[in-house]
Write a protein that binds this ligand. Structure first.
Ligand code: AMP
Length: 504
C-alpha cells in the first residue's frame, strides 16, 4: 500500500525545479524543495515519536514552513490538526485535551504561555516561526531530506479540522486521505487548473479554504502559487500581474472593489476569480463584473465536506447562487424535521453525500449519528433550494432561521430587501428573544460610506414589501458587522449583543 494522498501528489508533480510557491519577498520554493522540506519535517516528527494515526496539532503564523508540516504529517501517516491563530490558551487547552496530539507545534512567542497546556495533554511542545526559526525547524534542518512515506489507505485519516463552532463546543471533523484527494481531483477538473496557473494565495492555512482547496489544487495540478502571509490590498495589486487565478473570501472582493486599482486593465490577464466560505452578495458579483468584466465563480463547501458545489467554468456563473453539485457529489433538499424530499425551488435542509464527505466527528459518535441520515447523506445545517435550472441557492444556516409567532422567517430575504435600499452597505437580520413572539425579527444595518440611515425610514420602506410577520421589530444602525477571519458575519455575536432588547 502506498500513502494514498501523498502518492497522488507525487505522481502529479512537475519537474523538481519548477516553482511551487513564490513568497512576498521574491524567494521561491520549488517542487523539489517541497519534497525535501516535507521529508525533513517528517523525519523530525518521527524522531519526536509520531506514529501512524497520531495527531500533530499546529497553531502557528502562516508560513511556507507551516504548510510543509501539513505534508510532513501526511507522509508520516499522522493526522494533521491545524488550529486558528486567534484561539487563546484556554481554547487550545480544550482542543489538545480533546485530540490528544503526540506533538503540538506553536509560534515561538507562544511557547511559554502554552507549555503547561501541552504538558497536560501529554503532547511534546515544539515551535515554528515564520523566518525558519523554532525548535521544529532546527530539528528538520539536521534531518534527512528523503523519507519513506508511511502507507495509508483511502479511508485513513489525514486531518482533523475543528469546526468554527458558533453554537456549543466546536467538533473535530475527521477527513480521510480520499476525502482530500477526491476533492482536489474534481476541483482541478472543474476549475481547469493546469501547470501554467499561478494562484494568488492570501488565505489563512488553518482553514479548509486556504489549506485544502487552494494548496491541494496547486499540488494536484502542478501549478504555482504566490504565497502571501495575509490579505493586503497593496500587496495583492503588486502581485496580481504575475497571477492567473485567485481564491478569496467575499470580503477580499469587497475590499478590491473599494480600491481604484481594480480595473479591466489590471485584471484582464486573470483566468479566474473564485469566492467561497461565506455568501458573496449578488451586488458584489455584479459590481465586480461591471468593473472588470470578470464573473467571480462562487462555490460552496464546509469543513466537514470539503467543496460541494461550484458555479460552472464555461456556462453562466449566476450571482447569488453556488452553482451545481461537483462531479461525484449528490445534493438533495429535505424537510428539516422529517427528512422528506422537497422539490425544485422549495427551501429546506441541504444534504450532501459523496467521496468528499467526512468520516464523522472525532470521538463523538452521538453527534456523528445525529448529523447523518441512514443512507449516508450528511445534514449540513445549511438551508437552501435547488432552482429549476439546477443551481443551488443557500438561504442561510438553519440555526439562523427565525421563528416568530410560529412563522418561519428566512433572514436572507429581509437582508436582500434592506441591502437594496439606497445608502445601505450591508445588513444582518437575526432573531432575538421576544416575550410575545418567541423571537423578534431584528435588523442590524451598516450604512454605505458617507451615508446616514434612518431606522424608522427603513422600517417604513419594508412595510410595503414584506408580509407583516417578517417585518423587523427593530432596526439598529451600526458602523460594521462582526466577522471572523473567513469573512463570515458572526450572527451569534449579534444575537448575544442584542439578546435582551425586547425583554429588558
Ligand atoms: P466552514 O466550515 O468554516 O468552512 O463553514 C462552512 C459554512 O460556510 C457552510 O456550511 C455555509 O454556511 C457557509 N458557506 C460556505 N461557502 C458559502 C457560500 N458560497 N455561500 C454561502 N455560504 C457559504
Amino acid at each position: 500500500m502506498t500513502n494514498h494522498l501523498f502518492s497522488q501528489i507525487r505522481t502529479r508533480m512537475p519537474e523538481a525545479g519548477k516553482a511551487f510557491a513564490t513568497l512576498a519577498d521574491g524567494r521561491i520554493r520549488t517542487f523539489g524543495d517541497v519534497l525535501a522540506d516535507s521529508a525533513r519535517l517528517a523525519n523530525a516528527l518521527v524522531t519526536l515519536g509520531v506514529r501512524p494515526g497520531d495527531r500533530v496539532a499546529v497553531q502557528v503564523d502562516k508560513s511556507i514552513e507551516a504548510l510543509m508540516v501539513y505534508l510532513a504529517a501526511i507522509r508520516a501517516g499522522a493526522i494533521f490538526l491545524p488550529l486558528n491563530n486567534a484561539y487563546t490558551p484556554a481554547e487550545i487547552e480544550y482542543f489538545l485535551g480533546d485530540a490528544k496530539p503526540r506533538v503540538f507545534v506553536c509560534a515561538p512567542q507562544q511557547a511559554e504561555a502554552l507549555a503547561a497546556v501541552a504538558k497536560a495533554a501529554g503532547a511534546a511542545l515544539e515551535t515554528l516561526g515564520t523566518k525558519g526559526d523554532g525548535s521544529l525547524a532546527d530539528k528538520a534542518r539536521i534531518a534527512g531530506a528523503t523519507f519513506e512515506d508511511v502507507a495509508r489507505g483511502p479511508d485513513d485519516l489525514g486531518a482533523i479540522l475543528y469546526t468554527s463552532g458558533t453554537t456549543g463546543r466546536s467538533k473535530g471533523a475527521m477527513l480521510s486521505h480520499e476525502n482530500l484527494a477526491s476533492n482536489a481531483r474534481v476541483l482541478v477538473e472543474t476549475w481547469r487548473f493546469t501547470a501554467k496557473d499561478v494562484l494568488l494565495h492570501a488565505l489563512p492555512i488553518f482553514h479548509t479554504h486556504g489549506l485544502f482547496v487552494a494548496t491541494n489544487v496547486v499540488l494536484f495540478s502542478g501549478a504555482s502559487m504566490i504565497f502571501l502571509s495575509k490579505f493586503d490590498a497593496d500587496e495583492v495589486f503588486r502581485q496580481l500581474p504575475k497571477a492567473t487565478t485567485m481564491m478569496g473570501v467575499p470580503t477580499f472582493y469587497v475590499r478590491l472593489l473599494d480600491d481604484a486599482r481594480l480595473t479591466r486593465d489590471t485584471t484582464a490577464h486573470m483566468r479566474l476569480f473564485i469566492s467561497g466560505s461565506a455568501p458573496l452578495l449578488a451586488e458584489t458579483h455584479r459590481d465586480f463584473e461591471a468593473r472588470t468584466g470578470q464573473a467571480i465563480l462562487e462555490r460552496y463547501g464546509m469543513t466537514e465536506t470539503n467543496m460541494n458545489t461550484s458555479n460552472p467554468y464555461d456556462a453562466d456563473r449566476r450571482a447569488g447562487t453556488v452553482g451545481f453539485p461537483l462531479a461525484g457529489t449528490e445534493i438533495r433538499i429535505t424537510q428539516p424535521e422529517t427528512g422528506a424530499l422537497l422539490g425544485a425551488d422549495e427551501i429546506g435542509m441541504i444534504e450532501v453525500r459523496g467521496p468528499n464527505v467526512f468520516k464523522g466527528y472525532w470521538q463523538n459518535p452521538e453527534k456523528t449519528k445525529a448529523e447523518f441520515r441512514d443512507d449516508g447523506f450528511f445534514i449540513t445545517g445549511d438551508l437552501g433550494k435547488v432552482d429549476g435550472r439546477g443551481y443551488v441557492h443557500i438561504v442561510g444556516r438553519g440555526k439562523d432561521l427565525i421563528i416568530t409567532g410560529g412563522y418561519n422567517v428566512y433572514p436572507k430575504e429581509i437582508e436582500g430587501e434592506i441591502d437594496g435600499m439606497p445608502g445601505v452597505n450591508e445588513s444582518a437580520v437575526i432573531g432575538v428573544p421576544h416575550k410575545d413572539f418567541g423571537e423578534g425579527v431584528t435588523a442590524v444595518v451598516v450604512p454605505s460610506k458617507g451615508a446616514t440611515l434612518d431606522a424608522q425610514a427603513i422600517m417604513k420602506a419594508l412595510e410595503a414589501r414584506l408580509a407583516k410577520f417578517k417585518l423587523p421589530k427593530r432596526v439598529i444602525v451600526v458602523d460594521e458587522l462582526p466577522r471572523n477571519t473567513m469573512g463570515k458575519v458572526q450572527k451569534n455575536i449579534l444575537r448575544e449583543t442584542y439578546k435582551d432588547i425586547y425583554t429588558r
